[in-house]
Design a protein around this ligand. Sequence first.
Ligand code: PLP
Length: 370
Amino acid sequence: MIPFLDLKSAYTDLKNKIDEAIFGVLTSGQYIHGEEVEAFEREWAAYSGAEHSVGVANGLDALILSLRVLGVGEGDEVIVPSNTFIATWLAVTAVGAKPIPVEPQINSFNMDVEKVARAITPRTKVVLPVHLYGEPADIDEILALGRSKGLAIVEDAAQAHGATYRNRKIGSHGDLVCWSFYPGKNLGAVGDAGAITTNSALHAEKLRSLRNYGSRAKYVNDDLGCNSRLDPIQAAVLRVKLRHLDEWTERRRHIARVYLKSIKPNLVILPTVREDRNSSWHLFVVRSSKRQSLQAGLQNRGIQTLIHYPIPPHMQMAYRSLGIAPEALPIAKLLSEQVLSLPMGPHLSIEDAKYVASTINEIGEVNEQC
Ligand SMILES: *Cc1c(COP(=O)(O)O)cnc(C)c1O
């Protein structure tokens, strides 16, 4: 049996250190803010190459607070990918703005910059690229376009821990970079957690206020804030795990190389790899017009796969009021019908990856799209 994900394996491997970290918080009596949170913020900023890191309660809040820092609200438009996890869109609607979807380049799964340029209107305030599945979007081009039009760039990096673009870590290209440490992410807490990285001291300071009731000094409230603080227990666990992130990312990259080298390219469409960037391989996503039979065949042989994502945001009931027809975003719709995520993660051995690849080669039907 090859599970898609094994959240417990990281804990089992690091049990003593994680237990110690958690007990350290319990015995410290510091249950909000404090040393562990500050230390993790410093370490995460250093890791992701940014000057500042602000811990928050989860990735969705990281996105919402970033948009709030930029003053995005009613009447504003934010350009988002048509194919993403719904949180990217929900952040935009949460601040009262309108998500303007643009379609991806079908082979990279990421935002098509030419389509971003065409989607800009006088109401556009922010471009919000997602580094989907861990593969960096064309961030230099997006930044250049944004700068030329006076737009801010907020990155959704919830899947891109440790990913690099032109030899520089994802974490400080855009104005604000949003992270999730949801347990299933490449760096995962034992509950909800998130952060924002930025090179702007001003933005960081505003975020620290917004996440804490809009308060810089106790009982003095400058902004209409919320309660979205990073839990010190989660920060303590994240600090232990962060020391292993590079090794885990290396394992993911090794597994990806096995898949790319071993799976016959006429059976499924493999993800494209570009020389100027290095994916964090949060997910390894193939495409097939025969997805259903492929997924069932793998399941019968003990290989668990998942679909990210089966329904694109514009086809969700939650967004029916936007009135976007399913066919209006044909690439997002097609991807939702064809994508399949193979098992990926540090819990897998290279032997496991080879077994997955050889099983696909054995049961896969020739795919006329390839
Ligand atoms: C996980 C994820 C989020 C949301 O993070 P949470 O911590 O679950 O709120 C946002 N965007 C993307 C692309 C994600 O994968």
